[in-house]
Design a protein around this ligand. Structure first.
Ligand code: AL4
Ligand code: ZN
Length: 259
């Protein structure tokens, strides 16, 4: 089978052929209908969402053919909020983006698409022994979704935007000798978010993700967004527009932590 991608011939509308779960009951992304989201004080509850990340002492960047990914090597944890008592460990982060500012995010808010969306991927280290073990479990993963909008440069993202041009082929890796604190990739307000049970937004589309999507977007400069748009895969195709459109909500409720 042709490897999945985002072109007409192998894009999201074709994924169901090889990954039937594409039409499942808890697929991601979704359109977040803000008026339908339910304020849930016990999500906000006793234990607010909390990150405790250790800054990376060097930055491992990988062009995986579908996105630019930063492989995390230090111990960083996400707890609280909808995650109950479980501790989720940061594994990697990556992005999705468009060819133009008017598209690129995967989640949408009342139909609005942002220019890009950053995903910090965590796995449930309280219940599972490894990322590979957790990736298919219904409570195996937690992903933080951060909307990106054009504006001032994000300093912490510079190490990625300054180097992604050197990752010319799929599988290309590089290690940049600089530190990176994933905490500084988050919006200033991490109390206001929507959360719901969903899936990976790329094949294999496992329904294993507790999604936490922050309301406040983060700004990247035009140059930083252009750096993402200049990324190519090994066939020399631009990686841009590497977003899956919203899937059906089906029998799910989206919760929110703010009124
Ligand atoms: C290009 C492949 N992307 C996936 C690779 N991984 C799955 C590994 O399957 C064995 S993963 O768990 O690191 C994630 S998280 C994620 S998203 N966009 O929902 O945050 C996609 C993927
Ligand atoms: Zn993603």
């Amino acid at each position: 089978m042709a490897h999945w991608g985002y072109m007409t011939t192998n894009g999201p509308s074709t994924w169901g052929k090889d990954f039937p779960i594409a039409n499942g009951e808890r697929q991601s992304p979704i359109d977040i209908v803000t008026t339908a989201a339910e304020y849930d004080s016990d999500v906000l509850g006793s234990n607010a969402l909390s990150t405790n990340y250790t800054p990376e002492s060097e930055v491992k960047l990988v062009n995986n053919g579908h996105s630019i990914m930063c492989q995390i090597t230090k111990k960083g944890v996400l707890t609280g909020g909808p995650l109950g008592k479980d501790e989720y460990r940061l594994e990697q982060f990556h992005l999705h983006w468009g060819a133009e500012d008017n598209r690129g995010s995967e989640h949408t808010v009342d139909g609005k698409m942002y220019a890009s969306e950053l995903h910090l991927v965590h796995w449930n280290a309280s219940k599972y022994s490894s990322f590979a073990d957790a990736v298919q479990k219904p409570d195996g993963l937690a992903v933080l979704g951060i909307f990106i909008t054009p504006g001032v440069a994000c300093n912490q993202f510079k190490v990625i935007s300054d180097n992604c041009g050197k990752l010319k082929t799929s599988g290309a890796e590089m290690t940049v000798d600089t530190t990176l604190d994933p905490t500084l990739l988050l919006p200033s307000n991490t109390s206001d978010y929507w959360t719901y049970l969903g899936s990976l937004t790329t094949p294999p589309l496992f329904e294993s993700v507790t999604w936490i999507v922050f309301k406040e977007p983060v700004e990247y400069s035009k140059e930083q967004l252009l750096a993402l748009r200049n990324l190519v895969d090994s066939d020399g195709n631009h990686m841009q527009d590497n977003y899956r459109p919203p899937a059906a909500l089906k029998q799910r409720k989206v919760k929110k932590t703010f009124t």
